[in-house]
Design a protein around this ligand. Structure first.
Ligand SMILES: C[S@@+](CC[C@H](N)C(=O)[O-])C[C@H]1O[C@@H](n2cnc3c(N)ncnc32)[C@H](O)[C@@H]1O
Length: 273
């Protein structure tokens, strides 16, 4: 499996539960290859993955939408944006900056431009930048991003990405966030807690990645304690919730009854002080 395939999978999960994810556009990315990979993940890793990713999307959809309802004309910056589609369901005056590896960015731009022309998507102002977070330095990334920003309120999202990065790169990204944001701006982030490492379901996930990992596309499997977010310089931790808690809010008669049997990701909302 290559990292870009995880972006297709996440998107397809969201399309399976539109009522929960609220992502009406995710299905545009569905394709036979991804469709054929998913049954084996649900069987060999965890049957709840599609619903959990939809819950994660719902959480950020609500937070991003509410931020831009109050900050019309602001900028949404999506680090490791994959095929996420929030920009089409928030205020049309918001500018979105999509950041990901080159292949994803080129493919996404081409498809989105075509779907906007065909009327399948509403017009939005979207800037695309390809950056590999592991390769470019802090200075280089800031130099690319600063000219794209216009002193408007920003919401930075880093969703489904930190698992694949190491701590040095993570620290670098949070230093970049601090350099490009202003007080009152938000960062939304997702990660696993270190406690998950001893669970059977997490071990199954690692086994799945190891067994299906293509040579040449190596990645980490980072977990992050909540204290990391509590101590992020320049930010206040405003909200912390996990997918288990989200399942109790957004799913009726939830089949999810235990935190330790699912790949329970944690969502954090930080405000720059
Ligand atoms: C699981 S996908 C999540 C995509 C999207 N944020 C979402 O939630 O739908 C992980 C994304 O992180 C991106 N990514 C991983 N490592 C990266 C790196 N070193 N530099 C830039 N992007 C990276 C991948 O290309 C991929 O699009």
């Amino acid at each position: 499996m290559q990292i870009h395939e995880t972006a297709f999978i996440t998107s397809m999960y969201r399309s399976y539960h539109e009522d929960i994810s609220k992502d009406l556009y995710a299905k545009l990315w569905n394709n036979p290859k991804t469709n054929s990979l998913i049954p084996s993940i649900l069987k060999n890793v965890s049957k709840d993955e599609a619903i959990l990713h939809s819950l994660r999307n719902r959480f950020f959809y609500e937070r991003v939408k509410s931020f831009f309802d109050k900050n019309d004309g602001g900028t949404f910056i999506n680090f490791g944006s994959g095929f996420s589609m929030y920009q089409f369901q928030i205020n049309k005056n918001v500018t979105t900056i999509e950041i990901d590896k080159k292949d994803i960015i080129n493919y996404k731009k081409e498809k989105i431009d075509k779907w906007i022309t065909q009327g399948k998507l509403p017009f939005r102002k979207i800037l695309y930048t390809s950056i590999d977070f592991n390769i470019l330095t802090e200075r280089e990334i800031i130099k690319i991003l600063l000219p794209l920003l216009q002193n408007k309120p920003t919401f930075i999202l880093i969703e489904g990405v930190l698992f694949f990065l190491n701590r040095d790169t993570t620290n670098k990204l949070f230093r970049i966030f601090r350099r490009i944001q202003s007080p009152g701006d938000l960062v939304g982030s997702v990660s696993y807690l270190p406690e998950i490492e001893t669970t059977e379901v997490y071990q199954r996930l690692l086994r799945y990645f190891n067994a299906n990992n293509d040579v040449g596309d190596s990645f980490n499997h980072q977990t992050i304690p909540t204290s990391y977010y509590q101590n992020t310089e320049g930010y206040l931790l405003k909200e912390h919730i996990d997918e288990f808690q989200l399942s109790q809010i957004y799913t009726s008669n939830s089949a999810i009854t235990s935190k330790s049997s699912i790949l329970n990701e944690n969502m954090y909302l930080l405000e720059m002080t």
